[in-house]
Design a protein around this ligand. Sequence first.
Ligand code: G4P
Length: 286
Amino acid sequence: MTIQWFPGHMAKARRQVTEKLKFIDIVFELVDARIPAASRNPMIDEIITNKPRLVLLNKADMADPRMTKEWISFYKKQGIHALAIDSQTGSGLKQIITSSKEILKEKFDKMAAKGIKPRAIRALIVGIPNVGKSTLINRLAKKNIAKTGDRPGVTKAQQWIKVGKELELLDTPGILWPKFEDQQVGQKLAVTGAIKDTIINLQDIAVYALTFLKEKYPNRLKERYNLDEYPEDIVSLFDEIGKRRGCMVSGGYIDYDKTAELILRELRSEKLGPISFEEPKEEVED
Ligand code: G4P
């Protein structure tokens, strides 16, 4: 699905998330571990006021583990709890409950001191489209979707998913918009597949990817495409890859669309290994 965010859409999405906040104790903010800043909603801090947050770096299996560690310590320095997870295999998910308990300890201790019966932690997952919200919910759910309409303060429309005894998730995640205006952000979202290919120029994105990889992961490109040396410019590199992979049109010319598609497909299916497109440093400089 291609989502275009108009001011009306944004206001509605924001309203929907805001309405759900009153039912929950904590927000799980899902971001893409390969682009933790670009895959964040730009207004998240204004939207999620007065609820604690746990940042989940999803798709960590596709990100550079060294960089993911840097991101986690970057968040930690700012007092933000963050975890690396892989919603597809379930790796790292157990830690979500442990961390949530830590974050909410004071609140639950206070409730206990007031004599309130212990209950499960209630959480809402939020994130931009394609970041893995449904995958995470399904992985955690294991078919434990419970209809609860009789709980005080909870409307009939809310459905909760039980995750063991200690956690309950609202079954519909909060969908927020990415920051489209910034060209670099758009390129990062496109290269990771968060923006559908029908609305982007594939060749531009492939050139962006090659430029980035040549600088940050030079050996991966060389190995994948059997290059001895790098051609002097990116267009020649594009040509070289097209030639080597037989992406040609009649007359011996390179088929640029086909080459771009191949590069992006291979990148997104991890043929070039786990790659991160953002360093926490850039964020600080911004
Ligand atoms: P959303 O609800 O936030 O929109 O995202 P969704 O769960 O639909 O996930 C989007 C794509 O990301 C899915 O791929 C899903 O399998 C993949 N995904 C989610 N979490 C992870 C993860 O931790 N690791 C990896 N490697 N992939 C993950 P898809 O089914 O192929 O969908 P599409 O790419 O064809 O849209």
